[in-house]
Ligand binder design. Structure first.
Ligand SMILES: [Zn+2]
Ligand SMILES: [Zn+2]
Length: 728
């Protein structure tokens, strides 16, 4: 009897044993349908054995081996096992979570076998001239058909059910082999676009990255905005594709994929390109994933979760905007797709390129220490200059609906020259708070420690953390005052102010509320390109990657609130965001200008942005981090707990800290604290930070600790571990 150990989507760190009659089908990596409790669940076979520690009479059989896709390959399983260990997350959740949604659900589990093809074997070639097939005409004809193929690797699908039966008989004799059908979706309708000439810096980068294409090396492509990093990626990809390899390219924003996809398709028309991200329909995502697994898709463009795509011929990994926080998953298994990209490149012994204008300090530190190679792009590819950055002080200045006179004047100037301007404010809605001026009361969300955000034109209050909406109150809940006032500014309020200040201007607001509908953002981008828009108001959706030729002015509002954040990464992230958004201005022939409106004009962060001096600012931040004992000089993990009552969460963490005392070697265990946002979606949250100068010591500690924590009974508390946390 064959025993299979199956990973299932349950929060326990074990595999589940089943017996399986179909020993041939129950290979490692195969998806199976199994009874679990009273339901049927989809699982993945991770081990096959002849014995089980479970009593034989209690073992249940596998319901069915699912054959609609190929079994997961060994290297992907190795990656998933690593994730489970490194991020201390249950193996079953890791494995099932890596599958496209369609392949996780029992209801959708198809009994349809994937299409099969057959190819000849050397034994079959020898047998064709023997008399063994004389009395089996169907098999003889099938073998003859295989023999007509150009080489032994070429496979053919059966034309009829009878031929399929004959081909299967050939397999039984060892004269043919069965292979998965590759559904190649090559786009040959348009001839590939020629590559533009490279600048000297781009060429040097391409040469560096291509020196040893079959050896692991992590490279930083450190290039200012508009310096043509994408062109470098495409040039490095070309020889990889020509040699038959697959390329995985991770990008932070779904919003950027259509443009990038179009560009990649135009360049590599003959090779199949697929995208993988959460905005795809379930069926399309599953189909694209299967194409990557079969090798038919040569280029996979995807967001974070695409790191778990099976890629049998992976030969290059690219992580664009590698500093972007969206590469870190912040719930469930809290992995970093950037870090896993490096792990996967090492696993395959291939190069990985991390690209950014403002690298994460972790990556930059890796370059300084010589662990990563690097190439710099210090000039814009089209010869345009970086925008001039001016700091606009609001100290003692009367603002018009949140806008300084200098900002309004600069916009007016662009209006007269028929150039476009962008006002960047990273806050959607009308006003972040509605307040009673008489007593200071402001409505908060009943489920979160957050103020309700005022939205217009149909006035409503909305919580941006849990999505709860409610009508605007008619009076103050504390003192009955009916004159409630909006406080602060969001995109809608700035939109109203700009419409009032520039009545003839065509104003377009771009935030999550206006781009929710499918295709909305594409339409907006086209209208910006056609110059049907004069003034743009946008959140960070607009900050990254886009190239608007008519845009010559960017005004940044409200950046100050990140300056004095308690999060030690806030400065790094604000600097990156400002450099990104500034990079939208003047990318073509128009000279660009950026105005940063601030109440803290002397702040060193703004000075650094003004001089575009990443290296100097990174050196300052790294020195601060080293002195304070923060990453990248320390390795951290956070134990996060949530419960209905904060006392329960805190008590759990205190117990956890005490329990760790006996084995906390080379590790500092801090006191538990309530989370910076204590209540979220009706649950109270607290956390406990542990850190060590040694990654190995930290993980030895976490291994012990999770065992202890899993043994305990904490009925009222949900907890998990966040390794290499981004926010603390
Ligand atoms: Zn009041
Ligand atoms: Zn809420």
């Amino acid at each position: 009897m064959s025993i299979v150990r199956v990973a299932l989507d349950v929060p326990v760190p074990t595999l589940f044993d089943y017996h399986c009659e179909d020993a041939g089908g129950a290979q490692i990596g195969a998806r199976v349908l199994v009874p679990f409790g009273r339901k049927q669940a989809v699982g993945v076979v991770l081990e096959v054995s002849t014995h089980s520690t479970v009593d034989r009479t209690k073992l249940r059989p596998v319901t069915r081996v699912l054959e609609d896709i190929e079994p997961l390959p060994d290297d992907l399983i190795a990656l998933l096992r690593f994730c489970s260990e490194y991020y201390h997350h249950p193996i079953g959740e890791v494995v099932i979570g890596a599958l496209p949604t369609r392949y996780r659900r029992a209801g959708a589990a198809s009994s349809r076998r994937r299409p099969r093809s057959f190819a000849i074997t050397p034994a079959g070639r020898a047998a064709s001239s023997s008399s063994a097939l004389a009395r089996r005409p169907a098999q003889r004809r099938a073998l003859a058909r295989l023999l007509q193929q150009p080489d032994d690797a070429a496979s053919v699908p059966p034309n009829t059910a009878a031929e399929q039966r004959a081909l299967k008989q050939l397999v039984v004799h060892g004269w043919a082999k069965e292979t998965a059908t590759e559904v190649a979706r090559t786009d040959t309708s348009t001839p590939p676009e020629p590559a533009p000439p490279l600048t000297a810096e781009q060429l040097a980068a391409v040469r560096a990255f291509c020196t040893q294409p079959k050896k692991f090396r992590a490279w930083l492509l450190h290039g200012i905005t508009g310096s043509g990093k994408t062109e470098v990626y495409l040039h490095v990809m070309a020889p990889v594709l020509a040699a038959g390899g697959q390329v995985l390219m991770l990008i932070p924003e779904i919003g950027l994929t259509p443009q990038l996809e179009a560009r990649v398709r135009a360049r590599f028309g003959g090779h199949s390109v697929v995208t993988l991200h959460s905005a795809l329909a379930e069926g399309e995502r599953a189909a694209n994933w299967a194409m990557a697994q079969s090798g038919a898709a040569r280029i996979v463009l995807g967001t974070r979760s695409a790191i778990f795509t099976p890629l049998p011929r992976l030969a290059l990994v690219v992580v664009d905007e590698e500093h972007d926080p969206s590469f870190k998953q912040i719930e469930g298994m809290r992995y970093s797709a950037r870090d896993l990209a490096i792990w996967r490149a090492r696993q395959y012994d291939i190069p990985v390129i991390l690209g950014s204008a403002t690298p994460s300090l972790e990556t930059y530190h890796g370059v300084l220490k010589g662990r990563y190679g690097s190439a710099r792009l210090t000039a814009r590819a089209n010869g345009s200059l970086l925008p001039r950055i001016r700091i606009v002080s609001t100290v003692g200045v009367k603002l018009m609906e949140g806008l300084a006179p200098q900002v309004l004047a600069a916009i007016e100037q662009r209006r007269q020259r028929s150039e476009q301007a962008l006002v960047f404010i990273n806050r959607r809605g009308y006003a972040p708070v509605l307040v009673c001026p008489a007593c200071g009361w402001a409505p908060g969300c009943h489920r979160c420690s957050a103020r309700m955000v005022l939205h217009k034109p149909r006035p409503a209050l909305s919580c941006h953390h849990c999505g709860h909406d409610e009508p605007v109150p008619v009076a103050c809940a504390d003192c009955g005052n009916v004159d409630l006032r909006p406080l602060g500014y969001g995109t809608q309020r700035i939109e109203a102010a700009l419409n009032a200040a520039f009545p003839t201007a065509r104003v377009l607001r771009i935030d999550r509320d206006t781009t929710r509908k499918r295709g909305a953002w594409t339409d907006m981008r086209l209208s910006i390109d056609r110059r049907d828009v004069d003034l743009l108001i946008g959140t960070q959706l607009l900050a990254k990657g886009h190239d608007f030729p008519g845009l010559s002015l960017v005004c940044v509002l409200n950046a100050d609130r990140s300056l004095y954040s308690t999060d030690f990464r806030a400065a790094e992230q604000l600097f990156a965001q400002l450099m990104q958004v500034a990079g939208r201005a003047g990318r073509r022939e128009l000279p660009g200008e950026v105005l940063i409106q601030t109440a803290f004009p002397q702040h060193p962060l703004y000075r650094a942005v003004q001089t575009h001096d990443y290296d100097a600012y990174a050196a300052t931040l790294l020195a601060e981090r080293e002195q304070a004992g923060f990453p990248p000089f320390m390795f951290q993990a956070v134990l996060r707990a949530e419960a209905l009552r904060i006392e329960d969460a805190m008590a759990f963490l205190r117990t956890a800290a005490l329990a760790s005392a006996s084995f906390a070697e080379l590790v500092t265990v801090f006191d538990p604290t309530p989370a910076s946002m204590q209540r979220l979606k009706g649950r109270e949250r607290a956390q406990l930070l542990v850190q060590s100068a040694s990654r190995a010591a930290l993980h030895r500690f976490l291994d012990r600790w999770t065992l202890v924590l899993r043994d305990g009974k904490h009925a009222r508390v949900r907890w998990d571990i966040d390794v290499d946390p981004l926010g603390i």
